[in-house]
Design a protein around this ligand. Structure first.
Ligand code: HPA
Ligand code: ZN
Length: 347
């Protein structure tokens, strides 16, 4: 099905990666806050920042691991206070997504980062929802929200967050698990995920970014997630790789994030091609694009520049992103036929 695209010349790849319709399934909306917007919102809200300028803030984006990033990421989010702030942040992301030919985006948001500072859950969800509706009507982008629990906090806190969220149940499609992975295994959230499952929410979790393969196994077996966010450390357990391939469990891989957080030293050492060769349903995503040096198309471009990947891989990755999304089959089929057209024209 896809091998026929291998003959598309490599110099056509950048245009093809740009033009192909794609879904983005792993993007933390708070991670799309560009330094310029952080400063503008700080000024609008009278929030003091500990960096004197946009340049100084950007220079601080030199991370050694996940935690060193999270410390700055939570500080950046402190400028978000009002509904309009959440709207403006998400709208800025959707404009970037449009430029990258993203047809569908499933956005993570971290309510606890905001409710802990006294911002109401309602403020967060209303601002994000209105941006999603605007993206649909003005840009033709389909989107959905996935609420993440912060895993460095307790399961009791996660239950409280779920309770706050339930009056807005129609505004989000699922739940995820993010923040500091090591020392906070999936099973810590077994009961709250079971509750979310009963409620009919879609389930995902970050696992195997910095944490070991057992975290991926427990995300599947204990939390019963449908997709694994990151998951790159699965390669350390061949039986797990085989299982993921057999089940067709999607991995939402974030190549630039992995380099910036030192999961891999260089892009040339990234295991994305290995994962694809093992038959895994790999997707490419931006994670926290304002912090990691690029939106989704930059992730595709830099990955393809560094690894032995051709147009057949591009097709597979874009198709995987559409198939792994939580939308109905009719929408998926429509986007896949658009994708087929783009590749037919290029071939
Ligand atoms: N990993 C875990 N938590 C996060 C990330 C990530 O890459 N981005 C934002 N929160
Ligand atoms: Zn993430």
């Amino acid at each position: 099905m896809t091998a026929k695209f291998s003959s598309i010349p490599a110099d056509r790849l950048p245009d093809l990666l740009q033009a192909m319709p794609k879904a983005e399934l792993h993007m933390h909306i708070e991670g799309s806050l560009e330094p310029e917007l952080i400063f503008a919102l700080a000024q609008r809200n009278g929030v003091a920042l500990s960096y004197p300028s946009v340049e100084a803030l950007r220079e601080a984006y030199a991370f050694t691991d996940l935690q060193s990033f999270l410390d700055i990421y939570y500080a950046g989010a402190s400028v978000l206070l009002k509904e309009a702030d959440f709207h403006d942040m998400a709208w800025a992301y959707f404009l970037r997504a449009k430029a990258d030919n993203v047809v569908h985006a499933e956005l993570f948001f971290d309510p606890q980062t905001h409710t802990e500072r006294g911002v109401a859950f309602e403020t967060v969800i209303r601002g994000l929802t209105s941006a999603c509706e605007r993206a649909r009507s003005e840009l033709g982008i389909s989107s959905a929200l996935i609420m993440c629990f912060l895993r460095h906090l307790s399961e009791e806190d996660a239950f409280k967050t779920l309770e706050q969220a339930l009056p807005y149940r129609e505004h989000f499609i699922g739940v995820g698990l993010d923040s500091s992975e090591r020392g906070h295994p999936p099973e810590k959230f077994a009961r709250v995920f079971a509750k979310c499952r009963e409620l009919g929410l879609r389930l995902v979790a970050h696992a195997g970014e910095e944490g070991p393969p057992e975290y991926i196994i427990n995300a599947l077996d204990v939390l019963k997630v449908e997709r694994i966010d990151h998951g790159v450390r699965c390669v350390e357990d061949p039986a797990l790789v085989q299982r993921l391939a057999q089940q067709g469990t999607p991995l939402t891989v974030c190549p630039l994030s992995n380099i910036k957080l030192c999961v891999f030293k260089t892009m040339a050492e990234h295991n994305l091609r290995t994962l694809l060769d093992a038959g895994l349903k790999v997707t490419i995503n931006s994670d926290d694009p304002a912090y990691f040096g690029g939106y989704v198309n930059e992730n595709y471009l830099e990955t393809f520049a560094a690894l032995p990947l051709d147009a057949s891989h591009a097709y597979t990755l874009a198709r995987n992103s559409l198939e792994a999304s939580f939308v109905d089959e009719a929408h998926k089929a429509g986007w896949i036929s658009q994708l087929d057209e783009v590749f037919a024209r290029a071939a």
